[in-house]
Write a protein that binds this ligand. Structure first.
Ligand SMILES: [Mn+2]
Length: 234
């Protein structure tokens, strides 16, 4: 059987460190996890003109996180705690997300990718959890990212619980923002013990899930089940 091609969004840096010219970046384990569960990862450069052609060839997309926040003006808010803004990345991700939403091909949003799904559907974000919410959980965990740091509660009657078959699991946490008001046709599928949204899903699309943690570290059985289910859904 031909392996599915999974588009995966990249982070971008203007210049410095790796090159004196603009460059793209992606943590290796995003690509390794896709390959481990039977997909061929296909990195997506931020050219809006490539979307039509690419979306015919690609079977699913992973929208990744990275060293950036979404411009709060895109959800009608002043900047009250958003950090690096990368508009060309965000514009590309919104466009490709909408294309895959329309053509009903599987979409997995991870961390910043979950936030992108919510914004693209018309939702809003908490710009800085520490500033805006009283929480006992540090969502920017101090221990290494290849370890879990807090639990999440998965809601009944969601795709996520069909995948995990468990209502409480442990996850890692590397975010300072989170979903606030939900976008159109989205539901919350998991929350932390502090009610911070940890997973969302689209109610009309056959496989569109956003998770706030980083399952590509494949720490738990549930991280692995998520990648497996995503790629098997193609
Ligand atoms: Mn968290």
């Amino acid at each position: 059987m031909k392996k599915p091609l999974i588009g995966i969004t990249l982070d971008s840096q203007k210049k410095g460190n790796y090159s004196k010219f603009p460059w793209y970046a992606l943590r290796q384990n995003y690509l390794d996890s896709i390959f481990e569960f039977g997909g061929i990862p296909f990195p997506l450069f931020h050219n809006i003109n490539s979307i039509n052609e690419l979306s015919n060839k690609i079977d699913a997309i992973v929208i990744t996180g990275g060293d950036f926040d979404i411009d709060p003006s895109l959800y009608g808010k002043k900047n009250i705690g958003s950090r690096k803004i990368k508009n060309s990345r965000t514009q590309f991700e919104i466009k490709i997300f909408k294309k895959f939403l329309k053509n009903q091909k599987p979409i997995l949003g991870i961390c910043g990718g979950q936030q992108l799904i919510n914004i693209a559907c018309g939702g809003t974000l908490i710009q800085d959890i520490k500033k805006e919410k009283k929480s006992k959980i540090n969502h920017e965990q101090k221990n290494p990212r290849n370890q879990t740091s807090h639990s999440i509660i998965i809601k009944k009657n969601t795709k996520l619980i069909k995948i995990t078959k468990k209502n409480k699991i442990q996850v890692n946490s590397a975010h300072h923002q989170s979903v606030d008001k939900l976008g159109k046709n989205l539901i919350t599928s998991a929350v932390g013990e502090d009610s911070i949204v940890e997973a969302i899903e689209h109610t009309y699309h056959p496989w569109c899930l956003g998770v706030q943690w980083h399952p590509e570290f494949l720490i738990t059985t549930y991280d692995k089940l998520l990648f497996k289910n995503f790629i098997n859904s193609i």
